[in-house]
Write a protein that binds this ligand. Structure first.
Ligand SMILES: [Mg+2]
Length: 205
């Protein structure tokens, strides 16, 4: 299915949750000194960049709506995380965040697929050939709601808890240990296609 606007070629993407996926989840991380990058994460995402995937961060930041920290705190932490990955050769395309508390109206708070749709519309992402990686059920639901090829659950962050608590829904998900394992799974998936380029060829064809 062609999902990109106009004649722009569609591209595959990987959508990534932040806390518990790119960095350790230490409950409402809002200071740079509390950021702990997931071991092997930057090298893993560099491999995805080299494979031609566009990379997006999609993060719920309810700590802002709850009054725990400010928008500026979040931007500072985001910039630090993005730079740590970029130094390793990762190319980011955009970060989407939902600052609202869980009970407040929100345009894009996961499990809403809205931010993934925004990326599709703005960057010409082919969702049927794209992936979502997260540690909570709302991350997986966001990917499923958007119609990505597969949603991957990492066991870091809340992932192990999610795996047990929502065991009845895990058959839909791809479960891996961590971000490096997620990247490896995605790269293997692409290599198993008739055309190794993530942006060409046809699923199942
Ligand atoms: Mg998370």
């Amino acid at each position: 299915m062609e999902t990109s606007p106009g004649s722009r070629p569609s591209k595959a993407a990987v959508f990534l949750d932040r806390d518990g996926v790119l960095i350790e989840d230490r409950n409402y991380v809002h200071r740079v000194e509390d950021v702990k990058i997931i071991p092997g994460g930057p090298a893993a995402l560099k491999r995805l960049t080299q494979q031609g995937f566009m990379l997006f961060i999609v993060t719920n930041q309810s700590g802002i709506g709850r009054g725990y920290y400010t928008l500026e705190d979040m931007h500072r932490v985001n910039a630090f995380i993005e730079a740590e990955y970029a130094h390793a050769g990762v190319r980011w395309h955009r970060l989407y965040f939902a600052p609202e508390a869980p009970d407040a109206p929100s345009r894009g708070r996961k499990p809403s697929p809205q931010f993934i749709f925004d990326a599709r519309d703005e960057f010409g992402v082919d969702l049927a050939r794209s992936f979502m990686v997260g540690d909570k059920i709302s991350d997986l639901e966001c990917g499923w709601n958007a119609g990505v090829e597969r949603a991957l659950l990492v066991r870091t962050g809340y992932g192990s808890k999610t795996e047990k608590r929502y065991a009845d829904r895990m058959s839909q998900a791809v479960i891996v240990d961590d971000l490096p394992a997620a990247a490896d799974w995605i790269i293997q998936r692409v290599r198993s296609r008739p055309d190794n380029d993530p942006n060409r060829g046809h699923p199942g064809g």
